[in-house]
Design a protein around this ligand. Structure first.
Ligand code: ATP
Ligand code: MG
Length: 656
């Protein structure tokens, strides 16, 4: 690890003030700006583009085409800039001594680090020089397979500085998954660490990398950060020591002049629905969008401490730990650990310790912590918190209310942000101070985003305000992905072919009488019971609202009479015993909550559910098991714990 001295924390933040009074955007401004962003798209985004420092200012703003066969997305295409310069150098004149990154290690007994913008500039410049010395140049791909340590951010930014394209691979992935991604983008270099500590355990990243590299091109080099100091194997000529090269590297590195449309990174989707896709994001449009959404959605103000608890291996970490916050000159928290180790108060301890003002996490984490009750939260002073956010899946109202009351004490707006790896930043989200919140609704579109609800069969736009169908977007926004790496054809097929002329999100949604959007889950998670279409998320919400249920996943399975039956996997709260009585009780409960049509046909007790590494339930696997067709489960490489699958198969309820 780099030797950066711990600096004292910032002064305590003033107590929360009335949100509406200080928010960047109020309801009226939202309406006006939203209208403007649609009717004068070039004017609006031309203005927003000025958030960045451009080497050569752009003249063109939007050049996009959603037509199948010639899909092309370009923003600010004649402008040039450097992303690292925008995230670091331009802040030096005013905030060199301000903390850019607060790093909180896995083990609370170890000291946190406060990395200033000046520190960041030095580390990233040196690393840029190291990368060049290893033969990496503009346009080359670099795979980053690191723990949640500052070096992960340095590596991303050093790539950006020299114009190399990074592809971050989550440190929880296996050697196979890593190897596939190194080969997938034909990377020249892998940056890794000896080990990744997480939740008190250690993953041998270097060993995994060694294994992955057995299946890769011989020329691929490896740069290793010493995180724990563990012994590792060493291949002379292939492996390089981060600390040694950094110690010798020069402090100066000139940021490369990149085109707005040059790829900044490749990132694979979570793999919830199928084979992960290598999503390509741009330099200019992506950064404008990440910076703007970070500032507006989270109502970030100078001096705030912002914490997004995601991993940099996911897009959430890219846009809201690294690029958005640093482009805005923010102080961003990077957390190496997990929410439940050493105990369930870890998140709240970190919030208190670093006086976090905005906290952004996933429903899966909230539900897990909810299971431990209010005590771990109440032990800590969370008075600096001003806003809470969630992302990743629909948040059930039960979890929303807990988050709001127990964590936010009813005074922090919750932004339920709907977006995807593909979208680069938030597309549908409340804005604090402007939007009336509804537990479970992502509410309104962000500026420039035109959601439409399509009839799933005909593809026709449903014009009525109240609508239910598939969620698509009618026109481009700057943060949109540009292509799938090496496969533009698949890009067009995946997102633009099913509903021509629209970007198809793959998610279903409902729009209520107020025009607020409710994401109902993946389109293929909609089930049809006796002719009634319902989102599985709704049944899950009802189940989770029962006091004895910790988590639930619902899928359809073929049913002779109803067409599809409702199959529920239920994880009970700690200490609750499964029983036939309880099955009956849950059935009755769902009938009461939603109606007889939603009554579960089969309920399987599930001590664990198959989840992706980002915490999403892999329903396609559960669907296979429910259909009694578990022979071909498809790509399971992104599963967090493959062993839960066998347990579920053994105890399946449908053996017909
Ligand atoms: P893959 O595309 O490989 O199947 P994935 O869709 O899980 O994986 P991500 O890009 O990480 O990969 O996740 C985006 C998806 O997460 C969205 O399409 C949506 O289904 C879900 N999602 C994200 N945020 C929200 C939210 N606030 N409310 C509801 N769903 C959300
Ligand atoms: Mg997806």
């Amino acid at each position: 690890m780099m030797n950066i001295e711990a600096k004292p924390g910032r002064a305590p933040h003033a107590p929360a003030q009335d949100m509406a009074a200080r928010a960047h955007i109020d309801a009226e401004t939202y309406e006006r700006m939203y209208r403007e962003s649609i009717t004068d798209c070039d004017g609006f985004w031309g203005e927003q583009g000025k958030r960045l420092d451009w080497i050569k200012p752009f003249e063109a703003v939007k050049n996009t085409d959603f037509t199948l066969g010639k899909v092309s997305i370009e923003w600010f295409r004649d402008g040039t800039l450097n992303v690292a310069q925008n995230c670091i150098d331009r802040h030096l004149a005013t905030r060199a001594e301000q903390t850019a990154i607060i790093w909180e290690p896995d083990d609370p007994a170890d000291p946190a680090k406060h990395i200033t913008y000046r520190d960041l500039h030095r580390e990233v410049s040196r690393l840029a020089n190291v990368l060049e010395s290893l033969g990496v140049s503009r346009g080359d791909r670099v795979v980053i397979y690191l723990p949640m340590i500052p070096e992960a951010a340095y590596a991303m930014l050093a790539c950006a500085r020299i114009g190399a394209i990074h592809s971050v691979v989550f440190a929880g992935f296996s050697p196979d998954a890593l190897g596939a991604r190194i080969n997938g983008c034909d990377a020249k270099l892998v940056i890794t660490a000896d080990e990744a500590p997480r939740g008190g355990r250690k993953t041998a990243l270097k060993t995994n990398t060694d294994q992955a590299l057995l299946h890769c091109n011989e020329g691929v080099k490896c740069l290793m950060v010493r995180r724990t100091g563990a012994q590792t194997t060493w291949v002379e000529g292939r492996d390089f020591d981060y600390g040694a090269l950094m110690a010798e590297a020069e402090d100066h590195s000139e940021p490369a002049e990149m085109n707005a449309e040059d790829p900044l990174f490749i990132l694979y989707t979570s793999g919830s629905t199928g084979q992960p896709k290598g999503v390509v994001h741009s330099s200019g449009g992506y950064l404008v969008y990440a910076a703007m959404t970070h500032q507006i959605t989270f109502d970030y103000h100078d001096g705030d401490v912002f914490w997004c608890s995601a991993d940099v291996g996911w897009v959430t970490g890219h846009s809201y730990i690294v690029y958005g916050p640093l482009a805005n000159g923010a102080t961003t928290v990077m957390f190496e650990g997990v929410p439940t180790w050493p105990d369930a108060s870890r998140f709240w301890e970190v919030c208190e310790k670093h006086k976090v003002n905005q906290f952004y996490t996933a429903p899966t984490a909230i539900r897990a912590l909810m299971g431990h009750g209010a005590t771990p939260v109440e032990k800590h002073d969370l008075s600096a918190l001003r806003l809470l956010g969630t992302v990743g899946e629909p948040i059930n109202p039960e979890a929303w209310n807990w988050y709001n009351e127990v964590v936010g004490k009813g005074r922090c707006p919750i932004v339920d942000t709907w977006w995807q790896t593909e979208t680069g930043g938030h597309l549908i989200t409340p804005l604090p101070g402007a939007t009336a919140l509804k537990p479970g609704s992502a509410t309104k579109p962000f500026f420039g985003v035109q959601p439409v609800v399509l009839d799933p069969q005909s593809g026709a736009v449903i014009e009525e305000t109240e609508a239910e169908g598939v969620l698509a977007i009618a026109d481009s926004w700057p943060g949109q992905m540009r292509t799938i790496w090496g496969d533009h054809e698949r890009f067009e097929q995946t997102y633009f072919s099913q509903y021509p002329g629209y970007y198809f999100s793959g998610d279903g949604c409902r729009r209520d009488a107020d025009g607020d959007y409710w994401i109902t889950g993946r389109v293929d998670d909609v089930i049809n019971v006796s002719g009634h279409r319902m989102g599985t998320a709704e049944v899950e919400s009802a189940l989770v609202a029962h006091a004895k249920v910790a988590e639930a996943a619902v899928v359809g399975y073929p049913h002779e009479i109803k067409g599809q039956g409702i199959y529920c996997y239920v994880t009970l709260m700690n200490g609750v015993e499964p029983s036939e009585e309880l099955r009956k009780e849950l059935r009755q409960w769902v009938r009461q909550e939603i109606g007889p049509i939603a009554s579960p046909d089969l309920i399987q007790w599930a001590p664990g559910l198959p989840k992706t590494r980002s915490g999403k339930i892999m329903r396609r696997i559960l669907r296979k098991i429910a259909e009694n067709d578990y022979g071909s489960l498809g790509d399971t490489s992104t599963l967090a714990d493959p062993s839960v699958v066998d347990e579920l198969i053994d105890n399946r309820m449908n053996r017909g």
